[in-house]
Design a protein around this ligand. Structure first.
Ligand SMILES: Nc1ncnc2c1ncn2[C@@H]1O[C@H](COP(=O)(O)OP(=O)(O)OP(=O)(O)O)[C@@H](O)[C@H]1O
Ligand SMILES: [Mg+2]
Length: 357
Protein backbone atom coordinates (compact mmCIF):
# COMPACT_ATOMS: atom_id res chain seq x y z
CA UNK A 1 0.00 0.00 0.00
CA UNK A 2 1.38 3.40 -0.94
CA UNK A 3 1.50 6.10 1.66
CA UNK A 4 1.75 9.75 0.69
CA UNK A 5 3.51 11.73 3.41
CA UNK A 6 5.52 14.68 2.14
CA UNK A 7 8.74 15.57 3.89
CA UNK A 8 7.94 13.49 6.98
CA UNK A 9 11.26 11.76 7.10
CA UNK A 10 13.65 14.64 7.55
CA UNK A 11 12.15 15.87 10.80
CA UNK A 12 12.98 14.39 14.16
CA UNK A 13 10.05 13.25 16.26
CA UNK A 14 10.59 16.11 18.67
CA UNK A 15 10.40 18.77 15.99
CA UNK A 16 7.30 17.14 14.60
CA UNK A 17 5.58 17.21 17.97
CA UNK A 18 6.57 20.85 18.54
CA UNK A 19 5.29 21.77 15.10
CA UNK A 20 1.92 20.16 15.61
CA UNK A 21 1.55 21.72 19.06
CA UNK A 22 2.20 25.10 17.49
CA UNK A 23 -0.36 24.60 14.78
CA UNK A 24 -3.21 22.54 16.27
CA UNK A 25 -6.25 24.17 17.82
CA UNK A 26 -5.21 23.83 21.48
CA UNK A 27 -4.44 27.09 23.34
CA UNK A 28 -1.00 27.89 24.74
CA UNK A 29 0.27 30.77 26.94
CA UNK A 30 2.02 32.23 23.93
CA UNK A 31 -1.32 32.42 22.16
CA UNK A 32 -2.83 34.44 24.94
CA UNK A 33 -0.57 37.46 24.23
CA UNK A 34 -0.84 37.11 20.46
CA UNK A 35 -4.60 36.60 20.61
CA UNK A 36 -5.23 39.70 22.71
CA UNK A 37 -4.21 41.90 19.77
CA UNK A 38 -6.15 40.11 17.09
CA UNK A 39 -9.31 39.14 19.01
CA UNK A 40 -12.36 40.85 17.51
CA UNK A 41 -14.03 43.28 19.93
CA UNK A 42 -17.36 43.93 18.20
CA UNK A 43 -19.87 42.05 16.03
CA UNK A 44 -18.53 43.90 12.99
CA UNK A 45 -15.08 42.46 13.52
CA UNK A 46 -16.40 39.01 14.42
CA UNK A 47 -16.50 37.25 11.05
CA UNK A 48 -18.88 34.39 10.15
CA UNK A 49 -21.40 32.57 12.42
CA UNK A 50 -23.95 34.92 10.81
CA UNK A 51 -27.10 33.17 11.96
CA UNK A 52 -25.84 33.01 15.52
CA UNK A 53 -24.86 36.69 15.41
CA UNK A 54 -28.32 37.68 14.16
CA UNK A 55 -30.09 35.84 16.99
CA UNK A 56 -27.72 37.27 19.54
CA UNK A 57 -28.15 40.81 18.27
CA UNK A 58 -31.92 40.49 18.75
CA UNK A 59 -31.53 39.14 22.28
CA UNK A 60 -29.08 41.94 23.11
CA UNK A 61 -31.36 44.63 21.76
CA UNK A 62 -34.36 43.20 23.63
CA UNK A 63 -32.42 43.00 26.90
CA UNK A 64 -31.24 46.58 26.46
CA UNK A 65 -34.81 47.78 25.81
CA UNK A 66 -36.05 46.02 28.93
CA UNK A 67 -33.06 47.40 30.79
CA UNK A 68 -32.28 43.90 32.06
CA UNK A 69 -29.22 41.72 31.90
CA UNK A 70 -28.99 39.28 29.02
CA UNK A 71 -30.12 35.68 29.63
CA UNK A 72 -27.38 33.25 30.63
CA UNK A 73 -25.54 31.95 27.57
CA UNK A 74 -23.89 28.65 26.78
CA UNK A 75 -21.55 28.24 23.79
CA UNK A 76 -20.21 24.90 22.72
CA UNK A 77 -18.05 23.60 19.89
CA UNK A 78 -14.49 22.48 19.12
CA UNK A 79 -11.48 24.56 20.27
CA UNK A 80 -10.49 27.71 18.43
CA UNK A 81 -13.88 28.48 16.85
CA UNK A 82 -14.39 31.70 18.81
CA UNK A 83 -16.38 30.91 21.99
CA UNK A 84 -14.24 33.08 24.27
CA UNK A 85 -14.05 35.82 21.64
CA UNK A 86 -17.80 35.85 21.11
CA UNK A 87 -18.44 36.07 24.85
CA UNK A 88 -16.38 39.22 25.22
CA UNK A 89 -17.89 40.68 22.03
CA UNK A 90 -21.37 40.23 23.57
CA UNK A 91 -20.30 41.80 26.85
CA UNK A 92 -18.88 44.76 24.89
CA UNK A 93 -22.06 45.10 22.87
CA UNK A 94 -24.07 45.13 26.11
CA UNK A 95 -21.71 47.77 27.50
CA UNK A 96 -20.82 45.41 30.36
CA UNK A 97 -17.60 44.24 31.95
CA UNK A 98 -16.63 40.57 31.75
CA UNK A 99 -14.91 38.53 34.46
CA UNK A 100 -13.19 35.45 33.15
CA UNK A 101 -12.49 32.22 34.96
CA UNK A 102 -12.52 28.51 34.23
CA UNK A 103 -14.20 25.61 36.00
CA UNK A 104 -10.99 24.00 37.34
CA UNK A 105 -10.26 27.30 39.17
CA UNK A 106 -13.58 27.05 41.03
CA UNK A 107 -12.75 23.97 43.04
CA UNK A 108 -13.79 25.15 46.51
CA UNK A 109 -17.18 26.65 47.49
CA UNK A 110 -15.43 29.87 48.51
CA UNK A 111 -14.02 30.29 44.98
CA UNK A 112 -17.40 30.43 43.31
CA UNK A 113 -19.05 32.35 46.18
CA UNK A 114 -16.20 34.89 46.10
CA UNK A 115 -16.50 35.50 42.40
CA UNK A 116 -20.32 35.75 42.48
CA UNK A 117 -20.18 38.25 45.32
CA UNK A 118 -17.55 40.36 43.57
CA UNK A 119 -19.75 40.94 40.49
CA UNK A 120 -21.15 44.40 39.78
CA UNK A 121 -24.64 44.92 38.35
CA UNK A 122 -25.01 43.61 34.77
CA UNK A 123 -21.47 42.17 34.71
CA UNK A 124 -20.75 39.09 32.63
CA UNK A 125 -19.18 36.06 34.28
CA UNK A 126 -17.40 33.83 31.78
CA UNK A 127 -16.71 30.26 32.90
CA UNK A 128 -14.56 28.30 30.47
CA UNK A 129 -14.66 24.49 30.39
CA UNK A 130 -17.91 24.71 32.32
CA UNK A 131 -18.50 20.96 31.97
CA UNK A 132 -15.71 20.50 34.53
CA UNK A 133 -17.55 22.29 37.37
CA UNK A 134 -17.89 20.08 40.40
CA UNK A 135 -21.25 19.25 41.98
CA UNK A 136 -20.84 21.66 44.90
CA UNK A 137 -19.92 24.59 42.67
CA UNK A 138 -22.87 23.76 40.40
CA UNK A 139 -25.28 23.74 43.32
CA UNK A 140 -24.04 27.13 44.50
CA UNK A 141 -24.48 28.43 40.99
CA UNK A 142 -28.11 27.30 40.54
CA UNK A 143 -29.83 29.88 42.81
CA UNK A 144 -27.27 32.43 41.61
CA UNK A 145 -28.40 31.92 38.03
CA UNK A 146 -32.11 31.60 38.79
CA UNK A 147 -32.85 34.09 41.55
CA UNK A 148 -29.56 36.01 41.89
CA UNK A 149 -29.05 34.70 45.40
CA UNK A 150 -26.52 32.52 47.16
CA UNK A 151 -27.52 30.00 49.80
CA UNK A 152 -24.96 29.81 52.60
CA UNK A 153 -25.13 27.29 55.38
CA UNK A 154 -24.05 28.55 58.79
CA UNK A 155 -23.74 26.85 62.17
CA UNK A 156 -23.25 23.19 62.95
CA UNK A 157 -25.46 20.26 63.92
CA UNK A 158 -28.90 21.29 65.20
CA UNK A 159 -28.18 24.99 64.86
CA UNK A 160 -27.50 24.74 61.11
CA UNK A 161 -29.35 27.41 59.13
CA UNK A 162 -29.36 28.39 55.49
CA UNK A 163 -28.93 32.07 54.76
CA UNK A 164 -30.15 33.41 51.44
CA UNK A 165 -27.85 36.24 50.36
CA UNK A 166 -28.88 38.43 47.42
CA UNK A 167 -26.32 39.11 44.72
CA UNK A 168 -26.50 41.51 41.77
CA UNK A 169 -28.12 40.62 38.45
CA UNK A 170 -25.50 39.26 36.10
CA UNK A 171 -25.13 37.16 32.95
CA UNK A 172 -23.31 33.86 33.11
CA UNK A 173 -21.56 32.74 29.93
CA UNK A 174 -20.43 29.14 29.87
CA UNK A 175 -18.14 27.72 27.20
CA UNK A 176 -17.40 24.08 26.58
CA UNK A 177 -15.99 21.77 23.97
CA UNK A 178 -18.12 18.99 25.44
CA UNK A 179 -21.76 19.96 25.67
CA UNK A 180 -22.67 16.32 26.30
CA UNK A 181 -20.71 16.27 29.58
CA UNK A 182 -22.71 19.14 31.07
CA UNK A 183 -25.19 18.08 33.74
CA UNK A 184 -28.85 18.36 32.72
CA UNK A 185 -29.87 20.75 35.52
CA UNK A 186 -26.99 23.12 34.69
CA UNK A 187 -27.73 23.09 30.97
CA UNK A 188 -31.43 23.78 31.66
CA UNK A 189 -30.58 27.00 33.46
CA UNK A 190 -29.09 28.62 30.36
CA UNK A 191 -31.61 30.70 28.39
CA UNK A 192 -29.51 30.85 25.22
CA UNK A 193 -27.59 27.78 24.02
CA UNK A 194 -25.61 27.81 20.79
CA UNK A 195 -23.21 25.61 18.92
CA UNK A 196 -20.36 27.27 17.03
CA UNK A 197 -19.89 25.93 13.52
CA UNK A 198 -16.71 25.40 11.53
CA UNK A 199 -15.96 28.37 9.23
CA UNK A 200 -16.10 28.37 5.45
CA UNK A 201 -12.92 28.99 3.47
CA UNK A 202 -14.33 32.38 2.46
CA UNK A 203 -14.84 33.40 6.10
CA UNK A 204 -11.38 32.17 7.04
CA UNK A 205 -9.92 34.18 4.19
CA UNK A 206 -11.57 37.31 5.60
CA UNK A 207 -10.25 36.48 9.09
CA UNK A 208 -6.75 35.99 7.66
CA UNK A 209 -6.80 39.30 5.84
CA UNK A 210 -7.95 41.07 8.97
CA UNK A 211 -5.24 39.44 11.09
CA UNK A 212 -2.61 40.14 8.42
CA UNK A 213 -3.42 43.83 8.50
CA UNK A 214 -3.15 43.89 12.31
CA UNK A 215 0.19 42.09 12.43
CA UNK A 216 1.51 43.84 9.29
CA UNK A 217 1.87 40.65 7.27
CA UNK A 218 1.74 41.03 3.51
CA UNK A 219 -0.50 38.49 1.84
CA UNK A 220 -2.09 38.25 -1.60
CA UNK A 221 -5.53 36.81 -2.50
CA UNK A 222 -4.28 33.39 -3.55
CA UNK A 223 -2.00 33.10 -0.54
CA UNK A 224 -4.93 33.85 1.76
CA UNK A 225 -7.11 31.32 -0.09
CA UNK A 226 -4.57 28.55 0.32
CA UNK A 227 -4.06 29.19 4.02
CA UNK A 228 -7.83 29.39 4.54
CA UNK A 229 -8.37 26.01 2.91
CA UNK A 230 -5.64 24.45 5.08
CA UNK A 231 -7.00 25.79 8.37
CA UNK A 232 -9.51 23.03 9.17
CA UNK A 233 -12.40 25.48 9.38
CA UNK A 234 -10.84 27.01 12.50
CA UNK A 235 -9.85 30.69 13.01
CA UNK A 236 -7.20 29.88 15.62
CA UNK A 237 -5.44 27.53 13.21
CA UNK A 238 -5.75 30.05 10.36
CA UNK A 239 -4.09 32.74 12.48
CA UNK A 240 -1.33 30.41 13.64
CA UNK A 241 -0.59 29.27 10.11
CA UNK A 242 -0.48 32.88 9.00
CA UNK A 243 2.20 33.69 11.55
CA UNK A 244 4.34 30.69 10.70
CA UNK A 245 4.02 31.29 6.97
CA UNK A 246 4.76 34.98 7.39
CA UNK A 247 8.05 34.01 9.08
CA UNK A 248 8.84 31.69 6.21
CA UNK A 249 8.03 34.38 3.63
CA UNK A 250 10.26 36.90 5.41
CA UNK A 251 13.22 34.52 5.64
CA UNK A 252 12.93 32.65 2.35
CA UNK A 253 11.57 35.33 0.01
CA UNK A 254 10.57 39.01 -0.03
CA UNK A 255 8.01 38.80 2.79
CA UNK A 256 4.90 38.65 0.61
CA UNK A 257 2.77 35.57 1.26
CA UNK A 258 1.82 34.20 -2.15
CA UNK A 259 0.28 30.85 -2.99
CA UNK A 260 3.71 29.48 -3.84
CA UNK A 261 5.36 30.60 -0.59
CA UNK A 262 2.38 29.32 1.39
CA UNK A 263 2.61 25.94 -0.36
CA UNK A 264 6.29 25.60 0.45
CA UNK A 265 5.82 26.68 4.06
CA UNK A 266 2.89 24.30 4.58
CA UNK A 267 4.96 21.45 3.18
CA UNK A 268 7.69 22.25 5.66
CA UNK A 269 5.10 22.29 8.44
CA UNK A 270 3.87 18.91 7.22
CA UNK A 271 0.39 20.18 6.62
CA UNK A 272 -1.41 18.84 3.57
CA UNK A 273 -3.97 20.42 1.27
CA UNK A 274 -6.84 19.48 3.57
CA UNK A 275 -5.07 21.02 6.54
CA UNK A 276 -4.34 17.62 8.07
CA UNK A 277 -1.17 17.46 10.14
CA UNK A 278 0.98 14.49 11.11
CA UNK A 279 -1.25 13.42 13.98
CA UNK A 280 -4.35 13.48 11.80
CA UNK A 281 -2.64 11.39 9.16
CA UNK A 282 -1.18 9.01 11.77
CA UNK A 283 -4.68 8.53 13.16
CA UNK A 284 -6.10 7.71 9.74
CA UNK A 285 -3.18 5.42 8.91
CA UNK A 286 -3.64 3.62 12.20
CA UNK A 287 -7.27 2.87 11.37
CA UNK A 288 -6.50 1.80 7.82
CA UNK A 289 -3.17 -0.01 8.12
CA UNK A 290 -3.39 -1.65 11.52
CA UNK A 291 -7.12 -2.18 11.94
CA UNK A 292 -8.48 -2.67 8.40
CA UNK A 293 -10.36 0.61 8.63
CA UNK A 294 -11.79 -0.01 12.10
CA UNK A 295 -13.86 0.23 14.20
CA UNK A 296 -11.20 1.08 16.79
CA UNK A 297 -11.87 2.23 20.37
CA UNK A 298 -10.75 5.72 21.37
CA UNK A 299 -8.47 4.30 24.12
CA UNK A 300 -6.54 2.26 21.54
CA UNK A 301 -6.20 5.27 19.24
CA UNK A 302 -4.98 7.52 22.07
CA UNK A 303 -2.45 4.94 23.31
CA UNK A 304 -1.09 4.28 19.81
CA UNK A 305 -0.65 7.99 19.06
CA UNK A 306 0.75 8.91 22.49
CA UNK A 307 -1.95 11.54 23.02
CA UNK A 308 -4.59 11.68 25.71
CA UNK A 309 -8.17 10.71 24.94
CA UNK A 310 -9.44 14.25 25.58
CA UNK A 311 -7.05 15.74 23.01
CA UNK A 312 -8.04 13.18 20.40
CA UNK A 313 -11.74 13.74 21.08
CA UNK A 314 -11.67 17.52 21.40
CA UNK A 315 -8.90 18.63 19.07
CA UNK A 316 -8.43 16.08 16.29
CA UNK A 317 -11.70 14.22 15.84
CA UNK A 318 -14.23 17.02 15.31
CA UNK A 319 -12.68 18.16 12.05
CA UNK A 320 -11.96 14.63 10.80
CA UNK A 321 -15.60 13.78 11.46
CA UNK A 322 -16.98 16.89 9.86
CA UNK A 323 -14.72 16.58 6.79
CA UNK A 324 -15.87 12.97 6.37
CA UNK A 325 -12.52 11.26 7.00
CA UNK A 326 -13.77 9.18 9.91
CA UNK A 327 -17.11 8.06 11.30
CA UNK A 328 -18.13 7.27 14.85
CA UNK A 329 -19.86 3.95 15.37
CA UNK A 330 -21.04 2.34 18.62
CA UNK A 331 -17.97 0.03 18.45
CA UNK A 332 -15.40 2.76 17.75
CA UNK A 333 -14.01 4.93 14.96
CA UNK A 334 -13.97 3.84 11.33
CA UNK A 335 -12.00 5.28 8.41
CA UNK A 336 -14.26 6.57 5.62
CA UNK A 337 -13.63 6.39 1.87
CA UNK A 338 -12.28 9.97 1.92
CA UNK A 339 -9.48 8.87 4.23
CA UNK A 340 -8.48 6.00 1.91
CA UNK A 341 -8.53 8.28 -1.11
CA UNK A 342 -6.69 11.13 0.53
CA UNK A 343 -3.85 8.92 1.78
CA UNK A 344 -3.61 6.98 -1.47
CA UNK A 345 -5.00 3.63 -0.36
CA UNK A 346 -7.34 1.44 -2.36
CA UNK A 347 -10.83 1.50 -0.87
CA UNK A 348 -11.77 -2.03 0.20
CA UNK A 349 -15.15 -3.09 -1.21
CA UNK A 350 -16.45 -3.89 2.28
CA UNK A 351 -15.71 -0.30 3.23
CA UNK A 352 -17.51 1.04 0.15
CA UNK A 353 -20.61 -0.95 1.06
CA UNK A 354 -20.45 0.14 4.70
CA UNK A 355 -20.67 3.79 3.78
CA UNK A 356 -23.09 3.53 0.87
CA UNK A 357 -25.56 1.15 2.53
N1 LIG B 1 -15.42 34.93 14.21
C1 LIG B 1 -14.15 35.30 14.30
N2 LIG B 1 -13.65 36.31 13.59
C2 LIG B 1 -12.35 36.64 13.66
N3 LIG B 1 -11.45 36.01 14.43
C3 LIG B 1 -11.89 35.01 15.21
C4 LIG B 1 -13.25 34.60 15.18
N4 LIG B 1 -13.41 33.57 16.03
C5 LIG B 1 -12.21 33.33 16.56
N5 LIG B 1 -11.29 34.19 16.08
C6 LIG B 1 -9.87 34.20 16.40
O1 LIG B 1 -9.50 32.88 16.76
C7 LIG B 1 -8.84 32.85 18.01
C8 LIG B 1 -9.45 31.72 18.83
O2 LIG B 1 -10.75 32.06 19.28
P1 LIG B 1 -11.26 31.73 20.77
O3 LIG B 1 -10.13 31.80 21.75
O4 LIG B 1 -12.41 32.62 21.02
O5 LIG B 1 -11.74 30.24 20.56
P2 LIG B 1 -12.45 29.28 21.63
O6 LIG B 1 -13.63 28.69 20.92
O7 LIG B 1 -12.72 30.01 22.88
O8 LIG B 1 -11.36 28.15 21.84
P3 LIG B 1 -11.13 27.19 23.15
O9 LIG B 1 -12.21 26.12 23.07
O10 LIG B 1 -9.76 26.61 22.93
O11 LIG B 1 -11.23 28.04 24.37
C9 LIG B 1 -9.04 34.22 18.64
O12 LIG B 1 -7.82 34.77 19.00
C10 LIG B 1 -9.62 35.10 17.57
O13 LIG B 1 -8.68 36.06 17.19
MG1 LIG C 1 -11.89 29.78 24.77
Amino acid sequence: MAIISDGEKFKSEKTQKETRENICAKTTDYDNCFETNIRPKSFDEYIGQSQLKETLKISIEAAKKRNEPLDHLLFYGPPGLGKTTLSSVIANEMGSKIKTTSAPALEKPRDIIGILMSLKKNDFLFIDEIHRLNKIAEEILYPGMEDFTIDRTIGKGETTRTLRIPIVKFTLVGATTKAGSLSGPLRDRFGIIHKLEFYTDQELKQILKRTASIINAEIDEEGAELIASSARGTPRIANRLLKRIRDYAVVKSDGLITKKTAQKALKLLNIDEYGLDITDRELLKLLIEKHNGGPVGIETIAAALGEDIKTIEDVYEPYLLQAGFIARTPRGRKACCNAYEHLGYKIPSAQQNFFTD
